[in-house]
Every structure is written in structure tokens, then in C-alpha cells.
Write a protein that binds this ligand. Structure first.
Ligand SMILES: CC(C)(COP(=O)(O)OP(=O)(O)OC[C@H]1O[C@@H](n2cnc3c(N)ncnc32)[C@H](O)[C@@H]1OP(=O)(O)O)[C@@H](O)C(=O)NCCC(=O)NCCS
Length: 271
């Protein structure tokens, strides 16, 4: 038991830069308290002591703001950061080394008995406010962005954002990212957020803008050719219309093709 507590605390140090001392973590982290209480409630639950398990789980919720059903299965070194508002349903399974932030729901979408909550693989990060709904598998190493609503299975290593959740990053990209920086040392991205994860909606709009700029430049060339042949007067291109670019989170870093200095978009069309 003490070994498990030690590794729980070690997990906090790996994943929370604000953690200072073991004593502080043990006494002030509601996520730690909730996981410890869940071990006791789950022990009671599987021995058919259902009512005491539910009562103890409610007491733990009162103190921590984290509701974990005693029937849920939680792996080793699972860390619930901040914690308030987390709800974990009866048939949820959480693999080793997963991290959940406040406001996360691992919930069901049906009132049928039986399996109705998600199964998280190992090393999954679920961002603040995210909802993972239904008996869906979330693959090892997946990242779920803050406030995402995930209703479909997520492959290993993928990053999912939005409502409903969409995969924006595949396993190879995630591997590259893991190797790239601090994550390589600790295998963890705080809050499941990546600097180079573009907003998919902004990306789609920027592709449309690219297309429009491309057509625009061809029309410009045609208009000038017609003027040279004396067929019609050339109309000057309206430069004000070139400025439109939708910023994605990483545009400021120049990582996104939608960044203002990207080669094609927003440039005055060639004469
Ligand atoms: C919205 C909801 C009622 C829809 O249920 P449903 O009718 O069975 O819908 P389906 O699962 O068939 O999904 C239909 C479509 O809606 C999308 N969808 C489902 N739930 C969604 C949600 N919460 N937000 C956004 N899109 C959602 C699905 O992706 C699917 O899209 P697609 O047709 O493009 O593939 C249900 O998913 C939901 O969110 N229930 C609330 C569950 C909850 O709060 N549980 C907490 C327990 S603690």
C-alpha cells in the first residue's frame, strides 16, 4: 500500500511543476485523496459491500469534489490534477499513468445496465472540462484537449479536440513531439495541449482562402492580358482583401501554414 502511495506522489512530481514537498502533496492534493479513497471503496465494492462503498465514495466526493464510482477500475499512478468536478462512471476503466484535469467526465450515454463508460489505455491525458462519453476505447498515449466532447473511439497516440472530438494529430506526430522537448524527459505534455496542434476549423478556412487567392491571381493575369490586347481595361486588385488569415494556436510560432508569413496566402498576386 505504501509503495502505491509513494508512486502516486512521485507521479505528481513528474506532472505538476507546482508540487513542492511530499508532505504537501499528500496533505493538499484532492486528486491524491480521491484516488486513495477509491482504492478503499473499490475494495469494498468487489467484496459486495456496495452500500458502504457508495457511502464512503460520497464522503470522498464531499471533501475532494471528485466523484469516482466505486465500481470504476483505476490503474497505477493515475493523477487527477485540481480535481473539482471530475465524474468517473461505474464501468469506466483508466489505465496506468493517465492524467485527468478538473471538470473531466468519463460518462455514459445510455441508461442500459452493463458496459456504458469509456476505457482509457495507458498514459492518456484528458484536458480540463473534456467529456468522454460512452463505452469507447481511448488508445494508449492519446491526448484529449480541454473541453472536447469525445463520443467515438480514439486511436493510440492521437490528439483529439473539439465538439464532437476530432483527431488532429496522429501517432507519428505525437512520437516526434515526444522526442522533441521536455516531454522526452518525462513523457508527458501538461494539459494535453501541444504548441503545434493547429485548429482544424481555422485550417479548413485557410485552405479555402488559399484557393480563393489562387483563383484571384489567375483572374488578375487574365485581366491584364485582356488589357494588353485592348479588349478591356484592367481593374486593379483590391489589396485590402488579401489580409484575411484565421489564426490557429500555433500561427504565432510560424508553425502553421496559415501564419501570415506563409509563402502563398495573403501575398499580392503576381502581375
Ligand atoms: C447528444 C447525445 C444525447 C446524442 O446521443 P445519440 O442520439 O445516441 O447520438 P449518436 O451517438 O448516435 O451520435 C449522433 C451524432 O452526434 C454526434 N454527437 C453525439 N453526442 C454528441 C455531443 N455530446 N456533442 C457533439 N456531438 C455529439 C456524434 O458524433 C454523431 O455524429 P455523426 O453522425 O457525424 O457521426 C449523447 O451523445 C450525449 O451527449 N448524451 C449526454 C451524456 C452525458 O452527459 N453523460 C454524462 C454521464 S455522467
Amino acid at each position: 500500500m505504501f509503495d502505491r502511495i509513494k508512486e502516486d506522489i512521485a507521479g505528481v512530481f513528474e506532472r505538476d511543476p507546482a508540487a513542492r514537498t511530499r508532505f504537501e502533496v499528500l496533505t493538499t492534493y484532492p486528486g491524491i485523496h480521491a484516488v486513495l479513497a477509491h482504492r478503499a471503496t473499490h475494495w469494498l465494492w468487489v467484496r459486495n459491500l456496495k452500500w458502504p462503498a457508495r457511502v464512503l465514495s460520497n464522503v470522498a466526493r464531499l471533501f475532494t469534489g471528485i466523484e469516482i464510482h466505486p465500481g470504476a477500475v483505476i490503474g497505477r499512478r493515475v493523477f487527477i490534477d485540481h480535481g473539482m468536478g471530475v465524474v468517473i462512471g461505474e464501468t469506466a476503466v483508466i489505465g496506468d499513468d493517465c492524467t485527468l484535469y478538473h471538470g473531466v467526465t468519463l460518462g455514459g450515454t445510455s441508461w442500459q445496465k452493463g458496459r456504458r463508460h469509456p476505457t482509457l489505455g495507458r498514459d492518456v491525458v484528458v484536458g480540463a472540462g473534456a467529456k468522454v462519453l460512452g463505452p469507447i476505447p481511448i488508445g494508449d498515449g492519446a491526448r484529449i484537449g480541454s473541453n472536447a466532447v469525445v463520443v467515438k473511439a480514439v486511436p493510440p497516440g492521437a490528439t483529439v479536440v473539439g465538439i464532437p472530438g476530432r483527431v488532429i494529430e496522429c501517432e507519428q506526430d505525437a512520437d516526434r513531439r515526444r522526442r522533441a522537448d521536455t516531454a522526452a524527459r518525462i513523457g508527458f505534455d501538461a494539459y494535453g495541449a501541444t504548441r503545434d496542434a493547429p485548429d482544424p476549423v481555422a485550417n479548413a478556412i485557410n485552405r479555402l482562402l488559399d484557393h480563393i487567392h489562387h483563383m484571384d491571381s489567375r483572374l488578375e493575369a487574365m485581366s491584364q492580358a485582356l488589357e494588353r490586347r485592348g479588349i478591356m481595361q484592367h481593374f486593379d486588385h483590391d489589396a485590402d482583401l488579401d489580409a484575411g488569415v484565421i489564426d490557429s494556436p500555433s500561427a504565432a510560432d510560424g508553425l502553421d501554414p496559415g501564419a501570415p508569413d506563409a509563402p502563398d496566402r495573403g501575398a499580392t498576386p503576381p502581375a
